[in-house]
Design a protein around this ligand. Structure first.
Ligand code: HEC
Ligand code: HEC
Length: 357
């Protein structure tokens, strides 16, 4: 009685294309995705692939085989290794106190466990640190979508005064003065340490952080035993009455679009409106992926919901009302049993805790 019909599962596969979605896509095309090629599936390594073993791994079960890699930044193993070294190095921050990994914790699916992460020089990040898993599939970056490629995205935290508080020329000078880094950059790039090469290496590493092969993927592949009865009922609610699938869709459970769920009423952060200036984008944030969501508490752009239970209670009451509330957000009237089932489903979307590096 609780097994979801096949069409429920199939609905998860394809993102719904909205008019807004296609316009956004064309905009990105205009900015130069034309120069991007589809990356080959990175086969070669042995065993179960996941972000426990960063590097060039085969595609985990349940994810798309292909993702976009800019032609100017081909994915190579030495470049990924350099990006990984940089990601864990506090030398990238002004006072050498904070690495990318201080906020994007590997054991928390590359998110953080506090509402706002601590930055260099006593700074505090303005938004909740998002997970970096599966961003290879992203089309818009940051919670307001202000960048459209990983290459454009990864230098911003270095320059952000609340995060790493560095000037880029100073970062380049610091890395260039380090003989080990300057040698390693030269083995990867002809022109050694430059701002572009720093972006290329960091973006390449982030691109390899993929998570799939979760209970839900094994279930969809035909292993009916991999989801508990509660999680199966939760899947039915997720794709049916709960209407979660309206936004959390596709292999990474996000439409990569921006929606107002009402959370901004408390935080005052206008989100997407800060980028587009449009009043209809007020309080809209990028739909987060739900892969490994059990590991990424607290939730939402301001980290205001401490647990998955609190998230489900929030959706159950229809979000927080405001003039721009997305019309897909409606009160759900869930029973306590149904809430538990939805949470069981969310826990089946990955979340094997890796040992930290
Ligand atoms: C002080 C904490 C902090 C540090 C250090 C930090 N980040 Fe972040 N990162 C964040 C926050 C917060 C956001 C979301 C910001 C926003 O949406 O405005 C973010 C967003 C991102 C995103 C976009 C993710 C998405 O889903 O759209 C990427 C990629 C990223 N960071 C990579 C890095 C890299 C690479 C470094 C190191 C060079 C780094 N971060 C350092 C806190 C941090
Ligand atoms: C109208 C689109 C939409 C619908 C429908 C929707 N979500 Fe969301 N979801 C979002 C957006 C946008 C955010 C981020 C909001 C923010 O950061 O303030 C979010 C955040 C979340 C988060 C927090 C993730 C994180 O990393 O912080 C969870 C969990 C979640 N949603 C689960 C669900 C579930 C379960 C349902 C169905 C009951 C659902 N969502 C329905 C758009 C939607």
């Amino acid at each position: 009685m609780f097994s979801p019909a096949l069409e429920d599962i199939d609905r998860m596969a394809e993102p719904r294309r909205t008019t807004r979605g296609s316009r956004h896509f064309i905009l990105i095309l205009g900015l130069g995705i034309a120069s991007m090629t589809a990356g080959p599936d990175l086969a070669g390594a042995q065993g179960t692939p996941d972000y426990l073993r960063p590097g060039l791994q085969p595609t985990p079960l349940g994810l798309d085989l292909y993702f976009l890699v800019p032609e100017s930044n081909p994915l190579t193993a030495p470049k990924v290794a350099l990006g990984q070294r940089l990601f864990f190095d506090p030398m990238l921050s002004a006072d050498r106190s904070v690495a990318c990994a201080s906020c994007h914790l590997p054991e928390k699916a590359f998110a953080d466990s506090v509402p706002f992460s601590a930055g260099a020089r006593g700074g505090t990040a303005a938004r909740n640190t998002p997970s970096l898993l599966n961003r290879a599939y992203g089309r818009a970056f940051f919670l307001d979508g202000r960048t459209s490629s990983l290459e454009e995205t990864v230098l911003q935290p270095i320059q952000n005064p609340a995060e790493m508080a560095m000037e880029l020329d100073e970062t380049v000078a610091r890395l260039g003065a380090d003989s080990s880094y300057s040698r390693e950059f030269l083995t990867v790039f002809d022109d050694g340490v430059t701002e572009d090469n720093l972006a290329f290496a960091l973006a390449s590493y982030v691109r390899t952080l993929r998570s799939g092969d979760a209970s839900i993927d094994r279930f969809r592949q035909g292993d009916r035993t991999s989801l508990s009865a509660d999680a199966r009922a939760g899947l039915r609610l997720f794709t049916g009455g709960g209407n979660c699938i309206a936004c959390h869709v596709g292999p990474t459970f996000t439409d990569e679009e921006f929606h107002n769920t009402g959370i901004f009423v408390g935080s005052g952060d206008v989100g997407r409106q800060g980028v587009t200036g449009e009043s209809r984008d007020r309080g809209a944030f990028k739909t987060p992926s739900l892969r490994s969501v059990a590991l990424t508490a607290p939730y939402m752009h301001d980290g205001s919901l401490p647990t998955l239970e609190a998230v489900i209670d929030f959706y159950d009451r229809g979000g927080d009302d405001n003039l721009a509330l997305d019309d897909q957000i409606q009160p759900l009237g869930l029973s306590e049993v149904e809430k538990r089932q939805l949470i069981a489903f969310l826990r089946a979307l990955g979340g094997v805790a890796p040992g930290s590096r």
